[in-house]
Design a protein around this ligand. Structure first.
Ligand code: ADP
Length: 231
């Protein structure tokens, strides 16, 4: 037992150091970004503008990785409170609606027949759902790019679990992606961090739940999040 406690201490310490380093790297990144912006036309030769754009985009990507890393390395013990699934889904739809509209997608929440109560860290689980919705929007923009995009949230009861479903009619994914999408830093997007789903997976595991998915190329994807019902 002592050995484990010691290793946990060491891990916690490593996490703190990593978080401190990540924090320190952000400051120089921010100033580099600012000075590159100053080099933009008319000061900069034409044609080099594209280089500046790429550098700024890459700095933003590094910043995103640090941001998500800092978020995910915070203490993970969930601060649980009772939450009706229906209210949670409504909130997620509300928070995603404007982004969805901007991208020509429709997002809706199918009301649930029976009340489902779960004990969750609302902030953490909301982060998971928003992340999955955002992935759905990306998958829709990638394939349809039109006004036919639809994301639907619903929930049902399965034994002692509440099952939250998030379905999109985006581009879907192949076997390789399905096998790897929970791996840290796995991404198929030009500007992705590949951290969203690995962090989501950990959060749901910390809640005693699990995530399953089904997907078909050209048809869409459905994520199912199982969370134990509050007793
Ligand atoms: P990121 O969004 O930064 O790439 P994630 O961990 O959230 O990182 O997702 C990892 C990968 O899983 C994505 O790059 C994408 O290939 C795939 N993916 C996730 N959700 C979907 C979805 N709804 N439809 C298609 N592909 C998806």
């Amino acid at each position: 037992i002592e050995q484990t406690a010691y290793q946990n201490d060491k891990l916690a310490m490593l996490g703190k150091i990593a978080a401190a380093i990540a924090h320190e790297i952000r400051n120089p990144l921010t100033s580099i970004r600012g000075f590159i912006q100053l080099l933009r036309p008319p000061l900069m030769e034409l044609g080099k503008e594209e280089y500046a754009r790429i550098i700024v985009a890459e700095i933003d990507r590094a910043n995103d990785i640090i941001h998500e890393f800092l978020n995910s390395s915070k203490p993970t013990a969930p601060m649980k409170q009772g939450m009706p699934v229906d209210a949670l889904l409504k909130e997620v739809v509300l928070l995603s609606e404007s982004e969805a509209l901007m991208r020509g997608c429709f997002i809706r929440h199918r009301p649930i027949d029976e009340p489902l109560l779960i004990a969750i860290d609302v902030k953490q689980v909301k982060q998971v759902l928003l992340n999955i919705v955002k992935n759905g929007l990306d998958a829709i923009t990638e394939s349809l790019g039109t006004n036919d995009g639809l994301i639907e949230l619903s929930a049902r009861r399965d034994g002692a679990d509440a099952v939250i479903s998030i379905r999109d009619n985006g581009m879907g994914m192949d076997r390789n992606t399905m096998n790897r999408l929970f791996d840290p830093f796995f991404t198929t997007k030009a500007t992705g961090t590949g951290l969203g789903l690995s962090v989501s997976y950990r959060i749901i595991r910390n809640h005693g739940g699990r995530i399953q998915l089904e997907s078909a190329i050209g048809e869409g994807t459905e994520f199912q999040i199982y969370l134990p019902l509050a007793t």
